[in-house]
Design a protein around this ligand. Structure first.
Ligand code: ZN
Ligand code: ZN
Length: 174
């Protein structure tokens, strides 16, 4: 949990440095390993019960290269901006919108905002390098470490020209 205690937030502008572990805020995503801590720098602007918080968030992740499947480190940076209000007594007075949040206790919990902002920044795919050669489709060898011993690719074996040549060769051998 990432809590900002209301009685510790002064009127006007203030800022903080916070950190937590990925588990603290249930940070999980398929195919992504979260490494080390999550760093959060909230800038706060308070006007009585209205509290605006802009957080600069960063953490490190590891993902598989989409061609060769080797682990690749990626730094994630995110920003979350939320205007918090006391939770209204009547449900109809609540506005469920992006950038609007409510607090009902003596603190504001920014865990959800931090988690969601980071998840939005996870790239769909990563490459270990722009010219990653990937894996051989036949033997699975990582071609960045050198060529494999697979002979001709399939497309040559299936080519009509090659098939005709192979047939000719067979006839000549008879
Ligand atoms: Zn790669
Ligand atoms: Zn191969």
């Amino acid at each position: 949990m990432l809590r900002l205690m209301l009685d510790e937030i002064q009127e006007g502008i203030s800022s903080l440095d916070m950190e937590c572990s990925p588990q603290d805020i249930d940070l999980e995503f398929d195919g992504v390993i979260f490494i080390g801590k999550v760093f959060i720098k909230p800038s706060i602007f308070r006007q009585a019960s209205k509290i605006y918080i802009k957080s600069i968030i960063s953490t490190n992740i590891e993902m598989e290269c989409s061609r060769c499947l080797e682990p690749v480190s990626v730094k994630l940076n995110a920003i979350s901006e939320v205007q918090y209000f006391p939770l209204p007594k009547l449900a109809k007075d609540r506005i469920d919108d992006i950038g609007i949040g409510y607090y009902s206790e003596e603190y504001i919990d920014i865990s959800d905002e931090v988690r969601e902002s980071l998840i939005l920044e996870i790239p769909m795919t990563v490459l270990c390098s722009e010219d990653c050669k990937g894996l051989c489709p036949h033997c699975g060898k990582n071609l960045n470490y050198g060529k494999c011993n697979c002979s001709e690719p399939d497309y040559l074996e299936e080519s009509p020209v090659i098939l005709r040549l192979l047939e000719l060769k067979r006839k000549l051998e008879v």
